[in-house]
Every structure is written in C-alpha cells, then in structure tokens.
Design a protein around this ligand. Structure first.
Ligand SMILES: NC(=O)c1ccc[n+]([C@@H]2O[C@H](COP(=O)([O-])OP(=O)(O)OC[C@H]3O[C@@H](n4cnc5c(N)ncnc54)[C@H](OP(=O)(O)O)[C@@H]3O)[C@@H](O)[C@H]2O)c1
Length: 337
C-alpha cells in the first residue's frame, strides 16, 4: 500500500510517500481501516522534527498522522461493535500513528461510527482536536450550565474552533470569548463565540474579567490568570507540560519527569498566587468519546471547518501548511475520493 513516512528527524522535506506493508488484524481487538481521509495536527510536525525527543524518541522510518475516517476493511476475532464495511472515524493510539496511508491499524476501543451527516474529510478533521477540547472541559469540571463565562485562546485553530462549538452548543455556556486575527472574526462568531477579540490589535486583559474557565490553546495561559475569577479554572494544552501528567501518558524516566516539573513550576506557582485551578492536559484517545461527539455532530451542534485539502502525494505540502501556523480550522489529506 501507499503511505507517508519520514526517514529522519526534520521538516516536510523529509516526507516520503512510498510503499509500505498493508496491515492485517493479528490481535482480537484489531480494526484495519481503509483510509478515505486523514487530518494533521501540530503534534505531527513536532514529533517529526524531534521536538518531543526528550519524552519519546522515534524509530525510523516513522509514520505520522493520528486522525482518520474510512471504512472497516478487517476486524480481529474479538471485535463486536464494528463490521467490515462500516464507516468509522478514530484517533489512533501513539504507536499506531500513520493515518496518511491507504490503510491503518488500530483497535476497537479507539473507533466510533462516523457521523452520518459528515463526509470522510469532515469526520477526519474531528478526532484529536475535538476530543482534546472535550477532555479539557471535563478535566476543569465543566458541566451543563455550571460555568457562565469561558475564554478560549486561539478560536480559529483546529482545537479552538471545536472548543467554541462544544462550549456553547454542548455545555450551554452563556458567554464564550476567544482571540482570533481580524479576517477570521466573522467565521468564529458564526460558530457561536460571543466576544471575539483581534489578538493582534487588542489586549484581552483589558476587556475581559471574572471568567470561570480558560482553555489555552496558544501557550499563553499565565497571561490569562488576571481575567479568571478567584477559584476559577484554567487548562492549557500548549504550554510546557508537567512531569506527572506526561508520565501518566507515556513512560518517561525520573530525570525527564523532574525536569518537566521544574520547567513548568513557575506556571503552577503563578496559578496558586492568582487562586486559579490550573492543569496541563494531554489528550487520551477514546472511541467512547468519539461516540459522544458523533451524536453532537448529528444533532447539528458541531461542524468541521476545513482550511484546505491535500492528496496523499501532497503530504509534504499539507505538513508545511500546518507548520505555518495560520490555518483556519483543519488541514485534511484525502486519501481516497
Ligand atoms: N496537549 C494536547 O494533548 C494537545 C492536543 C491538541 C493540540 N495541542 C497543542 O495545542 C496547540 C493548538 O493546536 P491546534 O491544532 O489548534 O493548532 P493550529 O490549528 O495549528 O493553530 C493555528 C491557529 O491558531 C491561531 N493563532 C496562533 N497564535 C495565536 C494567538 N496568539 N492568538 C490567537 N490565535 C492564534 C492561528 O491564527 P493566525 O492566522 O491569526 O495566526 C491559526 O488559526 C498546538 O500547540 C498543539 O500542539 C496539544
């Protein structure tokens, strides 16, 4: 089969699209998906570049891409929820990365039925980004209508645009504020944001106050502490992770864990000073959560904004586009039309 991979750490110039062995279901819970579409996330270029080396080194050749939408091509003997021919979407596990390919191997617990009102490209955009937003809200304790005001940095990004819709349309938060650049303001308002701040021209600390919850997707969580009410919550997915959260996700040694705890110490200290409940979180892949997201999509509460679509042969261009950091919504790779 055809797949995109890299043979050494580096940027898009290291991406090769070539032949790779087609996976087969060898364990009872295996699901082989024929890929119709995949989407990219910043983690893909960060891993390819070696930014995560201190936590996890890669072996080469290394496949990348976590998000997929496609058709079940083969199942292991123990799979009960999916049949060959089902349309599914998934965020595959760390060691299964490689959705920019004609087939990808994952497990039953990572898959859910594809939303029936989305095509494969729209569905492939969802898993990692939408689940990250959902998990951030749940870790902060957001429940239906218990928080009145939420602020999301980077509302036009892959994660941010789903976060706005989930906050507003799923959790019913009254006031959702976000930061975007000027030309994206109308689109982000149309997704449900009540207060949209042009971060290049205005300072949100001068405009916002008394927020219950901040979701930081741009690495500026410390700057948001002054706008959070005493006892409010802040979750970041984009600052330096702490060692304990990292160790819950991947095996790291004592030294790396301690180093991350030291590097992230000042953020936790400043949160304490501001009386803010702060956490860094990493996404955990979950088919059960994708099933909840599927229902919200089918109820019309969440849609995917797609910045641009590339072919598998254009994987390097797609990676360059996400590395540029200005996408509105998601970058999708269409593998089978
Ligand atoms: N911890 C986890 O498990 C986890 C999970 C998912 C993502 N992440 C991380 O979260 C971050 C965001 O991911 P993503 O997929 O949303 O990225 P993305 O889609 O690549 O973000 C790009 C978007 O962010 C906007 N942006 C950049 N800087 C901004 C700022 N200072 N204020 C407001 N908007 C800004 C850009 O708009 P402009 O055109 O205005 O530049 C663009 O629309 C990445 O660092 C990613 O690695 C972590």
């Amino acid at each position: 089969m055809k797949a995109a991979y890299v043979t050494a750490y580096g940027g898009p110039e290291k991406i090769v699209v070539g032949e790779w062995d087609k996976p087969t279901a060898t364990a009872p819970d295996h699901v082989v998906i024929e890929v119709f579409a995949a989407s990219l996330n910043p983690i893909d270029y960060k891993r390819n570049r070696g930014d995560m080396r201190i936590m996890k080194s890669e072996t080469f050749p290394h496949r990348f891409g976590y998000d997929v939408s496609g058709i079940v091509a083969e199942t292991g003997t123990g799979v009960t929820n999916f049949n060959v021919g089902d349309a599914v979407y998934a965020r595959v596990d760390e060691e299964e990365a490689g959705t920019l390919a004609e087939y990808v191997l994952t497990t039953e617990s990572k898959c859910a039925k594809k939303p029936s009102n989305m095509n494969h490209k729209e569905a492939a955009a969802l898993p990692l980004a939408a689940m990250t937003a959902l998990q951030a809200f749940e870790r902060a304790g957001v429940k239906n209508n218990n928080f009145k005001k939420a602020f999301i940095t980077g509302g036009a990004g892959g994660v941010g645009h789903y976060a706005i819709q989930i906050t507003k349309n799923v959790f019913g938060i009254e006031e959702v504020a976000t930061t975007v650049s000027e030309k994206k303001m109308d689109l982000i308002k149309s997704l449900g944001a009540d207060v949209v701040i042009d971060y290049k021209k205005e300072k949100y600390v001068e405009k916002l106050s008394n927020y219950d919850f901040v979701f930081d997707t741009t690495g500026e969580v410390v700057s948001t502490f002054p706008i959070i009410r005493k006892g409010g919550h802040a979750i970041s997915i984009a600052t330096i992770p702490d060692g304990d959260e990292t160790a819950r996700l991947m095996p790291i040694n004592w030294f790396v864990k301690s180093l991350l705890n030291v590097m992230s110490w000042n953020t936790r200290r400043l949160a304490k000073v501001a009386n803010v409940n702060y956490q860094y979180i990493f996404l955990r892949a979950s088919g059960a959560e994708l099933e909840r997201i599927r229902q919200w999509v089918e109820e019309g509460k969440i849609k995917s904004v797609i910045d641009s679509i590339y072919s598998l042969d254009q994987s390097a261009e797609a990676m360059q586009k996400i590395m540029d950091g200005h996408a509105t919504g998601k970058i999708v790779v269409e593998v089978k039309a």
